[in-house]
Design a protein around this ligand. Structure first.
Ligand SMILES: [Zn+2]
Length: 421
């Protein structure tokens, strides 16, 4: 499926495939447009299956001249059958897409892989980004692997784990006194000043966004070339959420999949839920908010793709829901104790929204549901502090036995997360 232009999402004006992200005529966002594939579905499938066990197996559906010769291997993360979580929530067939298995432990490795590869094709020598944390991790790592200098701009109040895990790669960490929306504004200005820098989520954003499609391609391939009925995914800018659906659409259009785009359910934290609020109000206009939530990786108060996320949820019979920070903590716990997957706050948001949908009876008993867990719990380790007890004993057997025989034994202080949701 050759990429042949950048196209305005609003007025359909087309532009060459260069570093450009906004329409000159209407200021709408640009995205990559492809011409229909010339190969049969069988040939497309054969080419995918002959590819590497990374996201580059989907190179035919990415806006690149070719896959990069060397890059940090990304994607092909596990799709895990989650029977115990399904049982706890009273659901039928539930799968968890475990994006913590990427090189820097979040789905952002996908978007950065594609943005960086395209930036190199376009001749950029310096990589930068505005980030809520996971993107900074990924840019620092992938730029290091490519041997390019990088600059990551982050809100100064970011979780320390994410700052440390970013600086470790030898990038230039710039902490901006302000929230993500301030960081993003600054990067937009900087991208105008420094046209020899590729800001992965600003001036090469149309390519960056395409990387998210590979998550959905993998889900479909891992389900045996079938579609799920429903996907639950986090919404920050709305880019991941909308590109997942776009990926399913592309494969339906070219004959690789049969059926309809799944019901798309978006997940936000109440402390930053402009898209959920718009959905609830029945409008696609997302009024900007000032974020205040433990789910910092989703704390985008002015989401660029918010209106498209609302429209997608409406069109597919899904929805956009928001959960409280306490529900987020309970979601992290619930996922961990039923699947063995420890997620960061964003995954807690997504799991808590899944629990809410299940409780409301919004999910049919025969539905095949995919829950997208986008990042690793070690990135936001602080939020699980004091949610369980640690029993300290002297190194003697009778001490152990005494601790065990106390009322409640060694049970956690937190109790069952299922009850808290
Ligand atoms: Zn336009």
């Amino acid at each position: 499926m050759p990429a042949d232009a950048l196209k305005c999402k609003e007025c359909s004006t087309t532009y060459p495939l260069e570093a450009r992200y906004v329409c000159d005529r209407c200021f709408g966002p640009l995205e990559v447009a492809y011409s229909p594939p010339t190969s049969s579905p069988e040939e497309l499938r054969r080419r995918i299956q002959a590819g590497p066990h990374t996201l580059w197996r989907y190179a035919d559906f990415l806006p690149l001249e070719g896959p990069p010769r060397s890059a940090l291997p990304t994607g092909w993360t596990p799709l895990v059958r989650a029977d115990r979580l399904a049982q706890r929530l009273g659901l039928g067939e539930l799968w968890v897409k475990n994006e913590t298995a990427n090189p820097t432990h979040s789905f952002k490795d996908r978007v950065v892989s594609v943005a960086l590869a395209r930036a190199q094709e376009l001749g950029f020598q310096t990589i930068a980004c505005a980030s809520t944390g996971n993107l900074a991790n990924a840019v620092a790592a992938h730029a290091a692997a490519a041997g390019l200098p990088s600059y990551v701009l982050i809100p100064a109040d970011l979780e320390e784990e994410k700052i440390l895990a970013t600086g470790a790669y030898g990038t230039n960490v710039v902490a901006v006194k302000g929230n993500y929306d301030a960081v993003n504004r600054l990067c937009t200005e900087l991208a105008g000043e420094r046209d020899d820098w590729a800001f992965v989520n600003v001036n090469v954003r149309p390519y960056y966004a395409e990387g998210s499609k590979t998550l959905a391609f993998e889900v479909a391939e891992q389900l045996g070339w079938e579609l799920p009925d429903r996907v639950v995914a986090p919404v920050a800018s709305g880019s991941l959420f909308t590109k997942l659906a776009r990926a399913f659409e592309e494969w339906i259009e070219c004959g690789l999949l049969e059926g309809e785009v799944p019901a798309m359910n978006g997940a936000q934290a109440e402390g930053c839920s402009p898209v959920a609020q718009a959905f609830a109000a029945g409008t696609s206009i997302c009024r900007p908010v000032k974020p205040d939530t433990i789910a910092k990786s989703l704390a985008i108060g002015n989401p660029a793709d918010g209106p498209y996320a609302v429209e997608l949820a409406q069109r597919t019979g899904g929805g956009i829901d928001a959960v409280t920070d306490d529900e987020v903590r309970a979601g992290i716990r619930l996922l961990a104790e039923t699947t063995g997957i420890f997620t960061e706050t964003a995954g807690g948001v997504t799991t808590a929204v899944l629990a809410k949908l299940a409780e409301r009876g919004d999910i049919g008993a025969d539905e095949r549901v995919v829950l997208c867990v986008t990042g690793d719990g070690l990135k936001t380790i602080d939020v699980v502090r004091d949610t369980f007890a640690v029993t300290e004993i002297e190194p003697r057997v009778e001490e152990f036995d005494r601790a065990l025989s106390r009322p409640g034994g060694l049970a956690t202080a937190f109790g069952s997360a299922g009850a808290a949701i």
